[in-house]
Design a protein. Structure first.
Length: 261
C-alpha cells in the first residue's frame, strides 16, 4: 500500500474513563511492521471469509484532554499528519465494528524520524460500557525511527486472540501517542481488520426435525434467530424440502434487509 499519511506509534493503553495503569514508553512492546499492508476496503456486512478494514484518519482523533496542543505537518502540502506539540500527547478515536465480528489485525500508520528515543505508539482497546475499564486488543504498536524513509505502516496480527466484538457490553477505541512533541513523530491514523462470523450454535434446538446433531444445525438456527425463516410449520424446518423462488425471495430480502427508495 502506498504510504499515505502515516504516523508513529507511541501508545499509552489508557482509556479516558479508567485503564488499569499508565504504561511508560519503556514498557511498550514493539511490534515489527508487516511486509505488506492490506488494501483499503469498504466495511463488509456479509460473508465470513474476507477480511474487511475500518480506517480512522488522523483528524478523527481527539486530544485526550485540553492540555494537549497539536498541529499537522502541513495540509497545504498534500498531507495532514498530526502530532502533539506540548502537554499530554495522547489522542483517542472511536472504532465502529459490527457485533459478532472477530478482530484480525491492528495497524498504525506513522512517521518517525526522531533521534532521541521518542516514538509513535498505537493501540486498540475495548472498554466496559458501564465501568469504563479498558484492556488492549493485542499489544501496543511502536514505530521505528528512520531518517530517510520515516513513514511506514505497522501491522499487528491479533487473529489468534479470537476477540469477538460485543457492542452491547463494550466500546471500542483507538489511541495514539506522539512522544516527540514535534513533527518528528506524527501519525496518519489507524486501521483495524475484521471478519464476520455465524453465531455459535445454541444448546437446544428450535425445530423438531433439526436436532443439535444435525450438520446444518448452527446455520438453520442462525436463520431462525435472525428472523429470516420460521420453518415450514408444526415446529419443523423441513431441511430436505426444495425451496421455491418465492421462499428464496423471502430469505434473501430478510437477510439483506432490502428496502426501496
Amino acid at each position: 500500500m502506498a504510504i499515505r499519511r502515516f504516523v508513529s506509534q507511541a501508545f499509552v493503553v489508557v482509556c479516558a474513563l479508567s485503564l488499569p495503569a499508565v504504561l511508560t514508553a519503556q514498557a511498550l512492546v514493539i511490534a515489527p511492521p508487516s511486509a505488506s499492508t492490506p488494501p483499503s476496503a469498504a466495511p463488509k456486512t456479509y460473508g465470513t471469509t474476507a477480511t474487511s478494514y475500518v480506517d480512522a484518519g488522523e483528524w478523527e482523533f481527539s486530544p485526550t484532554n485540553s492540555a494537549t496542543h497539536y498541529d499537522d505537518v502541513g495540509a497545504d502540502s498534500g498531507n495532514a499528519l498530526r502530532f502533539a506539540t506540548s502537554g499530554t500527547n495522547s489522542f483517542f478515536a472511536p472504532l465502529h465494528l459490527p457485533s459478532g465480528s472477530v478482530v484480525q489485525s491492528v495497524e498504525l500508520d506513522a512517521c518517525d524520524s526522531n533521534t532521541t528515543g521518542n516514538h509513535v505508539i498505537g493501540v486498540a482497546v475495548h472498554c466496559d460500557h458501564v465501568t469504563g475499564l479498558c484492556a488492549a486488543i493485542g499489544t501496543q504498536i511502536t514505530s521505528v525511527s528512520e531518517a530517510i524513509n520515516p513513514c511506514s505502516s505497522y501491522v499487528q496480527d491479533v487473529s489468534a486472540l479470537g476477540y469477538v466484538v460485543d457492542n452491547t457490553g463494550d466500546r471500542l477505541l483507538l489511541q495514539v501517542v506522539t512522544q516527540g512533541d514535534d513533527n518528528t513523530t506524527s501519525f496518519a491514523g489507524m486501521r483495524v481488520g475484521y471478519k464476520l462470523q455465524v453465531s455459535p450454535a445454541p444448546g437446544t434446538a428450535d425445530f423438531g426435525d433439526v436436532p443439535t446433531s444435525h450438520p446444518f444445525f448452527q446455520y438453520i438456527e442462525a436463520l431462525s434467530k435472525s428472523g429470516i425463516t420460521g420453518g415450514c410449520g408444526g415446529g419443523n424446518y423441513c431441511p430436505d424440502n426444495p425451496v421455491t423462488r418465492g421462499q428464496m425471495a423471502v430469505f434473501l430480502a430478510k437477510a439483506l434487509g432490502l428496502q426501496f427508495p
